[in-house]
Design a protein around this ligand. Sequence first.
Ligand code: PHE
Length: 485
Amino acid sequence: MARQRWTSRTVFILAALGSAVGLGNLWRFPYLVGKYGGGAFLVPYLIALVLVGVPMLMLELAVGQKMQQGAIGCYQKLHPSFAGLGIFALTSSFIIVSYYAVIMAWSLIYLLTSFKMKWSGDAESYFYQEVLQISTGVEQLGGINSPIILSLLLVWFLVYFCIWRGTESVGKVVQYSVPLPVILMSILLIRAVTLPGFLQGWEIYLKPVWSALLDPAVWTAAFSQIFYTLSLGFGIMLAYGSYKKTEDDIAKDTWITALLNSGISLFAGFVVFAVLGYMAGKTGIPIEELAASGPGLAFIVFPEALSLMPLPRVVSVLFFLMLLLLGIDSAFSLAEALNAAILDRYKQLKIAQVSMAVCLTALIAGIIYTTRAGLYFLDIVDHFVTNYNLLLVGIFQAILAGWIYGAEKLRRYINQVSDLQVGKWWNISLKYIIPLVLTTLLVTQFSQDLKTPYEGYPTWALGIGWAIALLPLLLFLFLLFKKQD
Ligand code: PHE
């Protein structure tokens, strides 16, 4: 059977962009800017984008397109001993998608209950006590929370119908799911800038504090944000690249995707801080205290802020719809990475069957996050996967492509098919800069985690996190050094 193809170049770019643009653009990027030096943060961020983000994205798209395989096959074609790196990348995808979907399930609950606005007044206890019914600690599972698991089931239905026909259905979905959240964002922005306070918000967001550039934490934050936001190290971009034809352009598509993604992040920051500025004016709480990242922003601060606006129900519906749309194409891109590898191996299976199996398995794996201790598990697992697994895959991938397969060989291929020519700097980035930068991040994180156990969780719980990082690593190393037969 012939390989699946994107129906057009635009559709491919939208799909890659949809994967990149996700919750991180909304709830992580703006927060990092506000916290780490305002406008000054853009310096390390842009450096990270050019030195690491773009070269790595180009690497993944190029390898996928050249090898015409999912993650496992791609790495194996770069070097026969590296199939295990594909398994490594795909375990991260599987783990992330199983909790990413749960966050979307929370968003769906908020969307469906927007008309009640039950959070107004005390959004914090609404989130923790009513929606999550959170237990007192990670050791108290407290049983499954039925609204959440029902909502999760619905989310997986949605994801399934996005991917059940592979590139064909994905192609149709991304034409809406990528531009629509940006349009919703613009509506929220217009709403916020026609209310008082937004300028104060923007001032906190962007006013540069140049001394921040001397803080190493600012630099590590910039590099890890770039890596996460471009969905690198999951086998996603390999799979998406593999659905292009071998003679398609690579360089320009890479730049377009990377720049649009960062542009949308920057734009999202204007929305977030305009809303925070308005809320600060209304409540008297300083913007710095309101600024939050992650679920705290999306499920506590924002709902509260929106409830203070005129037409609170309408703006809340817009916001949670936007959240869902931002998340869905990131979620299904992770599932697509898994599908691609499975379909390479079991050619007789139908896309719909594989999609169903992937969705069902990830749904089952996600049940732990629907318990009343779910948020704790989510927090721990997220910390380890995004700080270790991604970086490790990134390092090995750069070494594999840059040193073992040969950066120059890949670069020649990219230049053969692209209008925009890629200079020798790309080789340097692949061979030296990426491994060096990512190893530094890894070591910094590791020593920090050894010094202070993450968030003071009990050792057994953090053990789960360490196992998530170490088991795939050991499997990869085992396969790497196993004698080829
Ligand atoms: N890039 C997404 C974001 O910024 C996160 C993501 C990572 C999505 C990995 C899919 C895979 O939110």
